[in-house]
Design a protein around this ligand. Structure first.
Ligand code: HEM
Length: 163
């Protein structure tokens, strides 16, 4: 434990430790080819201090019935130069490799897909995660391009509170 009582993170993970924890809230989705929708969501970022990697898991559900919707999980690997590599497996079977940058002052991570695999329609996925100044709220946006829709258009945005 450090002076603040928080667990000590691996040095590689410290610059993005603003993401660590459990986050819960609601999001809204859309795309030029589909109807708008809302969803409930829980995200978890965790790590072990001996590893230079953060584990990520996400689940979503229908707000009226609680029925599960999309889920995904993966690993976030920040590098000392401010770049970051992320791998994500989605419940739909799609896999993605994301590369991007993080800014520990602004508490932002920006990602662009370098690989989208096993996808029927998706060509590209961009993600941006931001934590607010006091560290209590995480918001993100996801954009994608498909066979029919380019360039990338918004698909998801959500705002989650630390729980
Ligand atoms: C539709 C991809 C995350 C809910 C779609 C479509 C694609 C897609 C390709 C079909 C678009 C079209 O037909 O033109 C993705 C990707 C995601 C993601 C790549 C993550 C990066 C999510 C999440 C949710 C969600 C987190 C819900 C919580 C939906 C819904 C539709 C949809 C409700 C409309 C389905 C329909 O009308 O049949 N998504 N999605 N998606 N997605 Fe996502």
């Amino acid at each position: 434990m450090d002076g603040g009582g928080a667990p000590v993170a691996h040095p590689a993970v410290r610059p993005i430790s603003f993401l660590l924890g459990n986050w819960k809230g609601e999001g809204e989705g859309g795309f030029p080819t589909i109807s708008a929708f809302r969803y409930g969501e829980e995200l978890c970022f965790s790590h072990h201090p001996s590893k230079p990697v953060m584990a990520y898991s996400q689940k979503t559900w229908k707000l009226d019935s609680g029925e599960p919707m999309h889920g995904e999980s993966g690993y976030w690997r920040p590098k000392p130069d401010g770049s970051i590599e992320v791998v994500i497996a989605q419940s739909t079977g799609l896999v993605e490799v994301q590369k991007g940058t993080f800014d520990s002052e602004e508490k932002i991570v920006r990602l662009k897909s370098t690989v989208v695999g096993n996808a029927s329609k998706v060509k590209e996925i961009n993600r941006e995660f931001k934590v607010d100044d006091d560290g209590g709220e995480l918001s993100y946006v996801v954009e994608m391009a498909t066979n029919n829709v380019t360039p990338s258009q918004p698909h998801l945005k959500a705002s989650l509170k630390k729980i």
